[in-house]
Design a protein around this ligand. Structure first.
Ligand SMILES: [Mg+2]
Length: 492
């Protein structure tokens, strides 16, 4: 989940590696844009962003059909991909943990933050909202980088107000860099200015951010401040919640609750999914699990959702993979696991099927898989829910094909059957996860653009894929499409 990597906090993580904050310790991506670089000051307009954004790398660039049977190796993310949570309960827990931290440790106002997590709360939430930390704004961008929606506190700005803040082009230098390369703001100076709440482990943070800004403005006679510290305080709170020591030591509210009430927070994996994993293995495919979670939390999650014998489904299990760094760096060491702890380095040439490791890199894993299949060229697929860590980065940097698991698809009934039970993932205030309506026209969001350029297909759940034949062919997204192409959404 968690992409908040202010430079200062990178130092913190060296002493205590976090389970659910794996991203905080990810190594710098390939490009870190300096605040003083000419490129930064020049700025770009939205069409330039769109045209200069790096194009995808796909193993089957021209293929218009996708079939699971075509792959030699199939990898899975764990949280919210294979291991499903009760998201309403999970987000409520996260909201309460973070709000209580801010009240108890940072002196935030109790009445402003400690509110019931109800329908009104979830209506304000959407995955992928971007924080403009200094101005206290939450932003939603279209695929070209235009800032189409802005909330300051809990109030939405009019288009005229957005133009006053971000200019007539509706753009901001920092998000322009982000749109050109989604890893450019991952860490370094730009990461202190903007962050995106990319998945369900930090999504409730946007409501806390908005409520805190709203309260601060009220205390300032309704006037916005020049600069807010709310986001920095929230980052400290996320560290506290997700510190990996807290899982082992039963501290920090989040992990103790997850451990104590598994039925409240996890959803057991359906038997047909487990059968499907076995069937894939029986077709001589290498199956691997690659999770950002630290070994103890990941094992707890996998055991609870997939059963005691969960390891049998995978040939390789990679913990604490520090995505996206796993996909961008080739020299990151693989570490042996013993007694649920990281130990000494293990060479990728020593990796054998049936083995677990921590950290590592995609290139070494590929070499190990090729060796076990006795093949020099293999086709690899990865399935995940995080649009940058699981979809964009492996597609762009490791040339893997990807499948998006996106619960919003069913929550909105977007080119698939509506699932009323996931209405907490739907926000009428922020419009669709997949598009933004302006002057009665629908514009694809950044996230839809990642689907089109970096994914074969998008499904609401692994359960759906597992209920279909392994040799079924699916229509794929059109990578060249500039509009709202929906060919890759399944089931229709
Ligand atoms: Mg995930």
């Amino acid at each position: 989940m968690f992409y908040i990597i202010p430079t200062l906090l990178l130092f913190k993580t060296s002493l205590s590696l976090c389970g659910k904050v794996a991203q905080l310790t990810s190594e710098a991506p390939l490009i870190v844009v300096s605040l003083v670089s000419p490129q930064y000051h020049r700025g770009t307009n939205h069409s330039e962003n769109y045209m200069t954004r790096n194009q995808p790398h796909h193993q089957t660039e021209m293929a218009k059909e996708f079939c699971l049977e075509d792959y030699d190796a199939i990898g899975f993310d764990l949280d919210n991909t294979l291991a499903m949570y009760n998201l309403k309960n999970l987000m409520e827990l996260e909201y309460n943990c973070l709000a209580e931290y801010l009240v108890e440790h940072k002196n935030y106002n109790k009445e402003a933050l400690l509110k019931p997590f109800n329908e009104e709360s979830t209506a304000f939430l959407q995955r992928g909202l971007i924080v403009d930390s200094k101005r206290g704004n939450l932003l939603k961008l279209d695929s070209t980088g235009r800032i189409m929606k802005v909330a300051h506190g809990l109030s939405f700005l009019t288009t005229e107000e957005i133009k006053k803040t971000y200019g007539d082009q509706l753009t901001w230098d920092v998000t322009n860099e982000f749109v050109k390369d989604y890893l450019s703001t991952w860490n370094g100076p730009l990461s202190e200015q903007m962050r995106s709440f990319l998945d369900y482990f930090d999504m409730p943070g946007s409501l806390i951010f908005a409520r805190a800004v709203e309260y601060i403005d009220k205390q300032n006679n309704g006037r916005p401040l020049d600069s807010y510290n709310v986001f920095k305080d929230m980052v400290d709170g996320f560290f506290y919640m997700y510190s990996s020591e807290h899982f082992a030591e039963n501290k920090g509210k989040f992990f103790p609750a997850i451990k104590q009430y598994p039925d409240k927070y996890y959803t057991k994996c359906s038997p047909h999914i487990l059968e499907w994993l076995k069937a894939l293995k029986n077709k001589n495919k290498i199956l691997f699990l690659l999770t950002g979670s630290y070994v103890d939390y990941a094992s707890h999650t996998a055991k609870t959702c997939l059963g005691e014998d969960w390891k049998q489904y995978f040939d390789f299990i990679g913990y604490f993979s520090k995505k996206p760094g796993f996909f961008t760096g080739v020299n990151r060491p693989f570490l042996r696991i013993s007694n649920s702890k990281e130990k000494d380095e293990i060479l990728h040439s020593e990796l054998e099927p049936g083995q677990s490791f921590s950290q590592g890199n995609w290139d070494g894993l590929m070499e190990a898989i090729k060796k076990s299949l006795n093949k020099t060229n293999i086709k690899t697929l990865y399935l995940g829910d995080n649009f940058i860590q699981d979809l964009y980065t492996p597609s762009k940097y490791s040339h893997w094909d990807t499948v998006a698991v996106c619960a919003e698809q069913a929550a909105e009934g977007f080119h698939t059957k509506l699932d009323p039970d996931s209405s907490h993932l739907k926000s009428n205030l922020w419009d669709s996860y997949f598009y933004i309506t302006s002057n009665q026209k629908k514009y694809p969001t950044l996230w839809t653009d990642i689907l089109k350029k970096h994914c074969k297909i998008c499904v609401p759940s692994i359960s759906y894929l597992a209920s279909e034949p392994i040799n079924k062919t699916y229509s794929t997204f059109d990578h060249e499409d500039l509009g709202l192409n929906t060919d890759g959404f399944h089931p229709k």
